[in-house]
Design a protein around this ligand. Sequence first.
Ligand code: UD1
Length: 364
Amino acid sequence: MKICTVVGTRPNFVKVAPILSATRQYPELTWTLVHTGQHYDHSMSGSFFEDLKIPDPEINLNVGSSPAAIQTAEIMRRLALSLASDHPDLILVVGDVNSTLAAALVGAKMRIPVAHVEAGLRSFDRAMPEEINRILTDAVSDYCFTTEPSANDNLTREGIAPERIHYVGNVMIDALFRFRERAGATSTILERLGLRARDFAVLTLHRPSNVDDSQALTSTLSAIACIQGDLPVIFPVHPRTQERLDALPEFVRRGAGLTLTEPLPYHDFVQLMAHAVCVLTDSGGIQEETTALGIPCLTLRTTTERPITVTQGTNRIVGNESERVAAAWAEIRRGEWPRGQRPELWDGRSAERIVKVLVSHGNH
Ligand code: UD1
């Protein structure tokens, strides 16, 4: 069975690492790794391949940045051309980014079966580009691998046949468990930033709804100012966000008093999360990683597509209003934040389950 695995962005690299390593037990599986080039800076791409021990991709489509529709179309065009001469038996995609949808559509159009890892998550907010990517990718996928029961329910409601749904757990947590120790042994990020464990918070922001509009970005930064007054807030800045920050008046950026860094490599970021008092974020994956680590997470959005991180984990959806962030922060300081529990099947073995399903179906 020849599997073509397509990745394009930071969170894709994290999710695919344990899957590629699980395939090594099965000599009957061969795979080609295709990088779309959606993320291309060393800090957004190459450093993740190094930290996660992912082999160099066989093919790089080098699409780079462009408006979403053009980027998606360009990935489709380049991927279809590259698969024309070398037809795989399956295309495997992960997550919800433009590269995910583009590759899934190529599979559907070329009549190549598609496997979607992290299927079924829904924020029910179609203004999020990722929500469109999720719905459409699932609609054309032959295998929907899910991380939590809400995803199974969403897929069932959308008419996906039960035999296409496989509840396997969370590959991002596989990667976290696999690399957490190594991160602790090799990362020097705490020393480099002069931080003591449990004496700082971490912030990440990159959703268009939070950063593209300067009003929203200013509100979010002022909402977290109450935390900054108590302890350092480390803010590794995504390139999209950096552009928007640069456009804000100096006093807004300085007023927030944040410690800004470049986007961090995987090991450094895991080390920061694992030793933080809390994490503030608008990312999807970080809501899950903090739940697995038992670290309080304040999600600076009004929705989540990962409700299990709230019902069972350490996540709370606080939006970007100062009062809600301040109330949550006060609870954390008083030690009243729930410790949460790790969701079922977030046990570090999800990638093995995925590969097992693919191998057993491939043998039929
Ligand atoms: C993308 C995903 C988002 C995911 C995020 C993870 C979509 C719709 N969005 O958002 O779901 O959470 O990746 O990081 O696919 N840029 C660089 N260097 C790079 C990559 C991007 O400078 O290596 C800059 C470019 O100016 C680009 C901007 O960042 O225009 C945004 O990049 P893009 O890949 O379009 O979206 P993300 O915001 O990264």
